[in-house]
Design a binder for this molecule. Structure first.
Ligand code: RB5
Length: 146
């Protein structure tokens, strides 16, 4: 699995925690987040990273901002992206099983780094269940492609 990671200036602490986790899990990643010396605009980071997931260059994306909301709204504008804004472990598992989410968004002003690490681990390890859920995800694809 290859993961692309990004954040704005409000997501640096969680981004660094996710980097530690990816290294511990021996998962290949590219970090395209801001250098964070100044305030930046989250769409400038979300769109290029999401496009690289949608193109197939990366299997998954993990996007962090203050609330996770700006990153998730932006990511979900990119065709082929199913970005889940997730702040609990139950939803992290469910969104992989049911929605086959390919981008995880989290907000550093909402949760701390320890919970973000747990959420990320579960999200990375959980498989899509397919079946009736594939049918539902297929309807999203069909809407997007019409
Ligand atoms: C930055 O101040 C903040 O607006 C951004 O990180 C994010 O929370 C937007 O949704």
């Amino acid at each position: 699995m290859k993961v692309i990671l990004t954040s704005d200036h409000a997501g640096v602490t969680i981004r660094n925690e996710v980097i530690k986790l990816l290294e511990e899990m021996d998962i290949a990643y590219e970090d395209t987040g801001c250098d964070c010396s100044t305030s930046v605009d989250y769409p400038d980071y979300a769109f290029p990273a999401a496009e690289r997931v949608a193109s197939g260059e990366f299997d998954r994306g993990i996007f962090i901002c203050g609330t996770g909301i700006g990153m998730s709204i932006s990511a979900n504008k990119v065709k082929g992206i199913r970005c889940a804004l997730t702040h609990d472990v139950f939803s992290a598992k469910a969104t992989r099983q049911h929605n086959n989410s390919n981008v995880l968004a989290m907000g550093e002003r909402v949760i701390g780094p320890s919970l973000a690490r747990e959420i990320t681990k579960v999200w990375l390890e959980t498989e899509f269940e397919g079946g009736r859920h594939q049918n539902r995800v297929g309807k999203i694809d069909a809407y997007e492609n019409k």
